[in-house]
Design a protein around this ligand. Structure first.
Ligand code: GDP
Ligand code: MG
Length: 731
């Protein structure tokens, strides 16, 4: 007799574990929050949360542990989410599994439910979003569905918490039963059924992989050629595993010959057939009103229209840039004012020497350069939050999918790009992580190698600085051009990868568009604040530490006594001479000494040594120092430029903003600015992102590849920009 998955023996008897499963966007996280009262990010597109979240809820005086599992459509082993979810169900054996399904999209959602039932987990169905379904004219008869399915079905509205008490009652009832019912048995047609029967007998007789699931389920996994189960089986009992594979081979050959199909496809067809049958006879009633399109669909007719859609998208992006630049100009100036005031304060009260230099050039100019951009970053995150929470971002992904196919990427890659900063100011790290939703390892690799080309929040200050210094009249246009360059570069690189180092076929893509929603102010503020705070925290910790290290590298070794002596004697000469320009001449000497000091420092020496190569791209040694810092974190580019140009200056407190200093510097012009912009877009991802890429790609090789490849491409492009620009006299 078949054994169902039993809860683990060591489970805490006092507090049962309730696991939430379901398709992405079915409302799991919302339900989790309603149950546990936790506050966390709710993404509008699939797959942003891959990890599981745990919380506790109290029900009738009993404690229940609630786990929010990643959203999945299936229980194969193709994506990270599926593997995480499956491993949790098998290893942790929750006392009850609550499968959250979207009532307006039952057919698709039940595909996962059916597989959970085949695994024999103790199951309760949460029929969520009944409010949204009703609005679309869809009515589900929960009782009838429950009777046919053999599991309790509880209608809920997770957003308002409606039905959650009934859901907990049902879940705890199920948990008390102590085990799932017998696993669901679906007929997969004669050929497969026979093969399953033979395999099941073999599996049961030797308790093969007994800990991983019911015998029939293991047999199905062999038929689906599930990589993980096959590997487990090979390790556990190679001989038995081989005979199971032989069964699979036989039925595969037979199916190919008779039906021109393979077991996996047939299994999935039959599951849908089962669901289809389940939903007939009044379980789902639709109000057929041909004249009334749902509001969302009607809006989408325009917003995702082949022609207008992309135009609207471009307008929205431009509007976002205008919004963030226009409203941040003043607060950014205030912030700069505050930091230059701090600089004056420090220079007035600290004695001349190393400490003063550290505080002014290292801390205030370094970190201040990064912090001044907080208002800009804040407004940008606010804008992005509106696009995301309203559901528009999902449309952007949907529209760009068509383009992405051409470049060997996948619709879900768009999400990675956007999270990495495709529109503005994301971060490559979550962008790389978001690539986990991609099933094909090749598309995944291509995505995570190219997502770091997007303009993350840390590159933004570099662009903002250069725009302020050289393109103040064309802020949005330049920002928009930068975005276009990044996307073009990323897509071309992806195409290149997909036709060379990571060649292979594309996987099909279905993307659902969640209905439009009016974002809540509270949600917007939470999202904006969470992300801005991350930026500030980074400036206060990592960036601060790097700023201090780089300051030390830019200060030591100090000039030798004899070198200092030479400047001293020059000063003495000026003082003794009869010239009337004493003050100006003395300042010139001071400047020369500061410059000599920076050049003599460790960082200066490296920068100078690199100058021989980088002058092809128009970078002087100070820029080199700053760009080197960017390997650690891109924010450091601006802070190091701040430090480098304030060390080179005699009176940092009178130097004005960094942008003004750059604009006034003879070594800088628009061509150099463009060269640096292009280099910044493309060169090596920051250190943390490289670690993530290596981890996600499963090898350090890819981390090293992205550092070398990106930097080489960036340098090549920067040289091209600088040389051509200079030739055309655009400087
Ligand atoms: P998850 O991907 O399964 O974690 O889904 P989320 O919890 O992130 O929910 C996706 C979206 O559906 C969010 O915008 C929720 O506010 C919304 N949502 C969740 N539950 C309901 C519900 O019962 N009714 C309605 N109308 N919207 C819901
Ligand atoms: Mg979620």
């Amino acid at each position: 007799m078949e054994t169902a998955l039993m809860p683990a023996e060591d489970a805490n008897p006092g507090s049962p574990t309730l696991a939430l499963t379901g398709n992405p966007n079915s409302g799991k996280t919302t339900l989790f929050n309603a149950l546990t009262g936790a506050r966390q990010h709710v993404g509008n597109y699939p797959g942003v949360t891959v990890e599981t979240k745990e919380g506790v809820c109290n029900h009738n005086g009993r404690q229940v542990r609630v786990v929010d599992l990643p959203g999945t459509y299936s229980l194969t082993a193709y994506s990270m989410e599926e593997v995480v979810t499956r491993d949790f169900l098998i290893r942790r054996r929750p006392d009850v599994v609550v499968d959250v399904v979207d009532a307006s999209n039952l057919e698709r959602n039940l595909y996962l439910t059916v597989q959970l039932m085949e695994m024999g987990v103790p199951l309760v169905l949460c029929l969520n979003m009944v409010d949204a379904a009703r609005k679309r004219g869809i009515e589900v008869d929960a009782e009838r569905l429950s009777a046919r399915l053999g599991a309790e079905v509880i209608p809920t509205v997770a957003r308002t918490g409606k039905g959650k008490e009934a859901l907990l009652d049902a879940a705890l009832r199920k948990a008390r039963e102590g085990a799932g019912g017998p696993p669901l048995v679906i007929s997969y047609g004669n050929d497969i059924d026979e093969a399953i029967a033979a395999m099941e007998a073999l599996i049961s007789s030797r308790a093969f992989l007994a800990g991983s699931g019911p015998a029939r389920w293991i047999a199905l996994k062999y038929l689906e050629e599930d990589g993980r189960i096959l590997a487990e089986g090979d390790a556990a009992d190679p001989a038995l595993s081989a005979s199971l594979k032989e069964e699979v081979r036989k039925v595969s050959v037979h199916l190919a010959r008779t039906l021109d199909t393979e077991p996996e496809a047939l299994i999935s067809d039959q599951r849908y057939g089962f669901i289809h049958a389940l939903l007939r006879e009044g379980v789902v009633r639709r109000e057929h009103d041909q004249n009334r399109l749902y509001v969302s669909d009607r809006i989408d007719r325009f917003l995702t229209h082949r022609l207008f859609g992309p135009l609207v998208m471009l307008a929205v992006v431009m509007a976002l840039y205008r919004f963030m630049f226009t409203y941040s100009a003043r607060p950014v100036a205030w912030m700069e004012g505050i930091f230059s005031w701090l600089g004056r304060l420090a220079s007035a009260h600290l004695p001349d020497g190393v400490l003063r230099s550290l505080v002014i050039s290292g801390l205030i100019d370094g970190v201040g350069g990064v912090m001044s951009f907080v208002p800009l970053i804040l407004l940008m995150f606010f804008g992005i939050a509106i696009l995301e929470d309203s559901g528009y971002l999902a449309r952007v992904a949907y529209m760009l999918d068509r383009v992405f196919r051409i470049f060997g990427l996948h619709g879900n890659s768009v999400i990675s790009y956007i999270v990495a900063g495709g529109i503005a100011g994301g971060c490559a790290v979550p962008g790389v992580l978001a690539a986990r939703t991609l099933r094909s390892p090749r598309e995944r690799l291509a995505t995570l190698l190219t997502a770091p080309f997007m303009n993350c929040g840390a590159k933004l200050p570099v662009f903002a600085l250069l725009i302020a210094a050289f393109f103040a009249e064309h802020r949005e246009e330049v920002m928009f051009t930068i975005t276009l360059i990044a996307w073009t570069g990323a897509l071309l690189a992806a195409r290149l990868f997909r036709s060379t180092v990571i060649r292979g076929p594309a996987t099909p893509f279905v993307m659902e568009l969640p209905p439009y929603r009016v974002p809540t102010l509270r949600g917007l503020l939470i999202h904006t604040w969470e992300r801005t705070w991350q930026y500030i925290k980074k400036a206060g910790t990592v960036i601060l530490a790097i700023a201090i290290i780089l300051w030390a590298m830019m200060t030591f070794p100090a000039l030798s006594d004899s070198q200092v002596g030479r400047f001293e004697s020059e000063r003495a000469e000026i003082l003794a001479s009869a010239t009337t320009e004493k003050k100006a001449e003395l300042e010139a000497v001071d400047r020369a000494q500061a410059e000599a000091g920076l050049r003599n420092s460790l960082a200066g020496r490296i920068g100078v040594a690199l100058e021989r190569v980088t002058r092809w791209a128009g970078f002087d040694w100070r820029t080199n120092v700053a760009l080197l810092g960017g390997f650690a974190a891109k924010e450091v580019v601006v802070s190091t430029l701040g430090t480098a140009y304030s060390l080179g200056e005699v009176n940092p407190e009178q130097g004005g903003g960094l942008a003004e200093r750059l604009a006034a510097n003879p070594g800088w012009n628009r061509v150099v600015a463009w060269s640096m912009i292009v280099f910044t877009i493309f060169y090596a991802p920051c250190f943390v992102a490289v670690v993530c890429i290596a981890r996600e790609a499963g090898s350090w090789k890819w981390g090293a590849f992205s550092v070398l490849f990106n930097t080489a491409v960036a340098f090549g492009l920067a040289v091209a920009v600088y040389q051509v620009g200079t030739l055309l006299g655009a400087g």
